[in-house]
Design a protein around this ligand. Structure first.
Ligand code: 3PG
Length: 428
């Protein structure tokens, strides 16, 4: 069948980068012949956008697709990614992404304003060697927004329609490997599946912290996606991968609210919106209060300026923009004394003048730490490069949630799909 149209270079692929680790025995681009073939490359070029203009603020994730795409110069490449989530401000078309991509790759980049419809399929059929066709935001197709088993997602119209036109599926979206979505786990059920260069590189770099973290190990977790981060925090503590977790951003506010800190009526209600999340925060606090460090003070925006307030006092409804000064210094000390430090998600709104302190102090402490340091999540990674300290960190990951889930020892659906595909291939 077309799905098996991709010949193996090695009959028994033995060139796994991570061959000693049975849990990561997947195939890579070195194991398949892609010359003249149609390859679907799932990347994660979900970028931070300017909320008022939709301009791409940081194109690191676009740049990082380069290695994989260059190695597919003799193939016909279909590129798929999501950007934001339907209903969110940053849910946009990928047209601007395609334009930026052209700066980084030798192939001719084309964009089609369609995902799985006749226009997209026609253009895929007519692709030439040396061309890259960027499909529009995959989440415009509703089937990409459901979570499901690989078997179920393999039956979606999306996977059925696309797979008929493809010879090989390349997963280079490490940053989306924690999502059980059609283009991540459905396609590798029916198309020959391999890991891309970035996927392999990220896993190689993170293995050290995954298998044997040097102690003390500290995680610095901020950002906005509290519903994602709380279960991961619980896992990291349950599996003892971290000796301490320092929190900031919305994640910290959720915990603080669970302890009764007053954020003012409106904000209190917003933080309590999900009773399940509040319950999760209380459970984590009751089990791990000694390992989970919450801010002692917060920085709020008042009359256009930064004000640091002790949490006892509450924020009186003023918008929280950062962790406080005392908290920042306390966190920095713990980070400097650690041997492993992993950070994902900003501790404050560092883009706003006066509110850089929390994230900046944490990153600078990591740069000084001298042990194993990893920064993940688009925002903190690009802030580290803006501060000019990215080279002093062990690894800057393109992934946020996926990196944390991986380090917490969770099985990432995207990686499992590749491993299962390789196992089926060996058995065949
Ligand atoms: C991320 O930035 O964490 C990934 O792109 C995943 O995005 P999602 O949380 O919307 O699935």
């Amino acid at each position: 069948s077309k799905a098996m149209g991709c010949r193996f270079r090695n009959q028994l692929p033995g060139s796994f980068k991570l061959s000693s680790d049975t849990e990561f025995r997947f195939l890579t681009l070195d194991d398949v012949e892609t010359k003249g073939k149609t390859a679907f490359v799932r990347v994660d070029i979900n970028c931070p956008l300017d909320p008022s203009t939709n301009r791409i603020l940081d194109d690191t994730r676009i740049k990082m697709t380069r290695q994989t795409l260059e190695s597919l110069r003799e193939a016909k490449v279909v590129l798929g990614s999501h950007q934001g989530r339907p209903g969110d401000e940053d849910f946009t078309s990928l047209e601007a992404h395609a334009k930026l991509l052209q700066k980084y790759v030798p192939q001719q980049v084309k964009f089609v304003e369609d995902t799985i419809g006749p226009e997209a399929r026609n253009q895929i059929k007519n692709l030439k060697v040396g061309e890259i066709l960027v499909l529009d935001n995959l989440r415009l197709c509703s089937e990409e927004t459901i979570s499901g088993t690989p078997e179920l997602l393999a039956k979606t119209v999306m996977v059925q329609r696309l797979s008929k036109l493809l010879d090989v599926f390349v997963n280079d979206a490490f940053a989306t490997a924690h999502r059980a979505q059609a283009s991540i786990v459905g396609l590798p059920q029916v198309v020959q599946a391999v890991a891309g260069k970035l996927m392999a590189k990220e896993l190689e770099a993170l293995k050290k912290a995954y298998y044997a973290p040097q102690r003390p190990s500290v995680y610095i977790i901020g950002g906005a996606k509290a519903e994602d981060k709380l279960p991961i925090i619980e896992n990291i503590l349950t599996t003892s991968r971290a000796d301490k977790i320092l929190v900031g951003g919305v994640v910290a506010n959720v915990f603080l609210r669970a302890t009764g800190v007053d954020f003012g009526e409106v904000e209190n209600r917003r933080l309590e919106k999900s009773p399940a999340l509040m319950d999760k925060a209380r459970v984590i606090l009751s089990k791990y209060r000694d390992k989970l460090l919450l801010p002692k003070d917060l920085a709020v925006l008042q009359d256009g300026k930064r004000f640091d307030v002790p949490i006892k006092q509450g924020t009186r409804g003023d918008p929280v923009r950062d962790i406080g000064k005392e908290t920042s210094l306390g966190y920095a000390n713990i980070i400097k004394q650690s041997k492993t430090a992993v950070s994902s998600g900003p501790l404050g709104v560092f883009e706003e003048k006066g509110f850089e302190l929390g994230s900046k102090t944490a990153l600078e402490a990591m740069a000084e730490q001298g042990g194993f340091t990893v920064v993940g999540g688009g925002h903190m990674g690009s802030y580290a490069s803006m501060l000019g300290i990215d080279k002093r960190l062990s690894h800057v990951s393109t992934a946020g949630g996926a990196m944390l889930a991986f380090l917490a020892g969770e099985t990432l659906p995207g990686i499992k799909a590749l491993v299962d595909a390789a196992r089926r291939q060996r058995a065949a």
